[in-house]
Design a protein around this ligand. Structure first.
Ligand SMILES: NC(=O)c1ccc[n+]([C@@H]2O[C@H](COP(=O)([O-])OP(=O)(O)OC[C@H]3O[C@@H](n4cnc5c(N)ncnc54)[C@H](OP(=O)(O)O)[C@@H]3O)[C@@H](O)[C@H]2O)c1
Length: 308
């Protein structure tokens, strides 16, 4: 494809690293179907894939004042799986000098989702009450989950991670105080109660999650293992149920949609800069191997984030 030209409020980035998200294959397949309202009904409005990137600014639009050619940035763009991509200047921030392009590119969507989801559950750097809060991360070995473990830990929460056998050691190394291997144990059947359940998998009923949630706890839903299926019927039904129950139960039951903000990208940059968060890179691919990377990711058992 032609090298893109930045609009007035965009920067042209020479991509040094990009990472794969479920978002990418959802847009590639046009699935769940309701997504096509945004992505294009018969065919994609934009055939380029890839959102997360890190790289060097090559050129800036006429209204961009905060970046100059040569600056190193990370954030979200259109068509990140390419040598060059354009990003709105509001969706990228400076990359800390001591953080690699690969690590920085792993962060944006997954890191923002983890940070904003935890905050919604009352776990944040600004809240003193994060300290000692019992937080369970379901799907803790994936892109969002690994960031959620590290971020919650950095906010002094007591973290329990749920994953399969092969990822138990990984979660321990990230700082999880307790790890549940879901192939051997169902955490909804017994065990402690949690202040926050951060759910990337949605593989139990709401009632099962609520059973192990404190009376005033928060259940934050992030995603589902089946990606919402074709029509998102199960997901929408769960959302409606959560919204009704929230009004009557003391527990907060909510779903979050990540927002790309410079402020939160900068917070994530600072967490990396200070060594509190070190992204997990499960696999590496060359640009020509992006299809393989997406194919692997679609299977739903990716480990951490992944760069191409
Ligand atoms: N709301 C938002 O704004 C937003 C933003 C980003 C992503 N999402 C959604 O959030 C979900 C997670 O995204 P991601 O990037 O973390 O995906 P991912 O990297 O593909 O990770 C999925 C993880 O789920 C784990 N898993 C699968 N079955 C499990 C089970 N039964 N119990 C516990 N863990 C299980 C896998 O670990 P094992 O290999 O150990 O099974 C894998 O590590 C996706 O549905 C995605 O679409 C939502």
């Amino acid at each position: 494809m032609d090298k893109p030209t930045p609009k007035d409020d965009e920067v042209l980035v020479r991509v040094r690293a990009a990472s794969v998200n479920p978002y990418d294959w959802h847009f590639m397949r046009g699935m769940p179907y309701p997504l096509r309202m945004q992505a294009g009904l018969g065919k994609p409005k934009d055939p380029r894939l890839g959102v997360d990137l890190a790289g060097q600014v090559e050129a800036v639009g006429s209204k961009v004042t905060q970046f100059r050619p040569g600056d190193e940035v990370f954030g979200c763009a259109r068509g990140a799986f390419a040598e060059y991509a354009c990003a709105a200047d509001s969706k990228v921030v400076s990359k800390p000098a001591n953080v690699s392009f690969e690590h920085a590119a792993s962060v944006p969507i997954a890191g923002l989702t983890a940070l904003q989801g935890l905050r919604r559950g009352g776990v944040s750097d600004k809240s003193k009450i994060s300290s000692g809060k019992k937080v369970l991360i379901n799907g803790a070995a994936g892109g969002v989950g690994t960031f959620a473990v590290e971020i919650a830990k950095s906010f002094a929460a007591e973290v329990t991670g749920v994953c399969s056998t092969k990822n138990v050691d990984l979660l321990r190394s990230l700082g999880a105080a307790r790890v549940v291997d879901y192939t051997k144990e169902d955490f909804t059947e017994s065990g402690p109660r949690y202040d926050v359940i951060f759910d990337c998998v949605a593989n139990h009923t709401l009632s099962a999650f609520r059973r192990v949630l404190h009376a005033k706890g928060s259940y934050i839903m992030v995603g589902a293992a089946d990606g919402g299926g074709r029509w998102m019927i199960g997901l929408l039904a769960r959302l409606m149920k959560a919204s009704v129950l929230s009004r009557f139960a003391g527990q907060k039951l909510a779903m979050i949609g990540a927002k790309i903000t410079r402020e939160d990208l900068a917070t994530l940059g600072e967490l990396m800069n200070t060594g509190k968060v070190t992204p997990v890179i499960g696999r590496r691919y060359r640009l020509s191997e992006v299809p393989e990377g997406i194919r692997y990711h679609e299977q739903g058992h990716a480990r951490g984030e992944r760069w191409s």
